[in-house]
Design a protein around this ligand. Structure first.
Ligand code: HEM
Length: 166
């Protein structure tokens, strides 16, 4: 799927998915309604599971951070992070926990809130989009389905106002 349509859709879906539920969930399969056995109830499978769980998220985050490091549109922001292996590892772990938690996984994000984390960076819309494109490349590489990609990008799109222009 092309990034432009995905970014547009993710922006549209952002408020919807945040309003609908957090962590992100989706209907898959069905079970019997105990009140009325004739009525089928949708079963919710967290996005976390549909992404492939923690190992899959670790692999995507690892690849994504590699993309960012090679992206001259935004890698200047991460010069100090990339130069310090302990700091880089901490940053990746925080990203993994954040994605894991936001998608309904059994993790707890312990980092700063997004406004605090990006304060003073003056990140532009274009730079935010560049980072989303870098993530999108990794999601494609790991063959994450379009539906799951849109849900994830939608959840992250909801953080944009706290990140851009701080
Ligand atoms: C949806 C988009 C984004 C998410 C989910 C995100 C997430 C995070 C997280 C979890 C942290 C760590 C917070 C902590 O240290 O407690 C962080 C730090 C940071 N973010 Fe973002 N971020 C996003 C967009 C961006 C963009 C667009 C840029 C720059 C172009 C950026 C630059 C940074 C930098 C430089 C740090 C500090 C890294 C360090 O401490 O070594 N972020 N971000």
């Amino acid at each position: 799927m092309k990034i432009n349509s995905k970014v547009v859709l993710s922006t549209l879906f952002a408020s919807l998915s945040l309003w609908a539920c957090s962590p992100a969930t989706s209907q898959s399969g069905s079970k019997t309604n105990t009140n009325n056995p004739n009525v089928s109830m949708p079963v919710t499978k967290p996005l976390y599971e549909r992404l492939g769980g923690k190992d899959a998220i670790i692999a995507v985050v690892d690849d994504f951070v590699g993309n960012v490091a090679g992206d001259t549109r935004i890698n200047m922001f991460f010069a100090q992070t990339a130069a310090d292996p302990a700091r880089l590892a901490k940053f990746k772990n925080l990203l993994v926990d954040q994605v894991c938690e936001a998608t309904g996984g059994p993790c707890t994000y312990t980092g700063k809130n997004m406004m605090e984390a990006h304060k003073g960076m003056k990140i532009s819309e274009a730079q935010f989009t560049a980072l989303v494109e870098d993530l999108d490349k990794s999601l494609d590489k790991f063959k994450v389905g379009d539906k799951e990609q849109m849900e994830l990008l939608g959840a992250l799109g909801g953080m944009k106002a706290d990140i851009v222009g701080q």
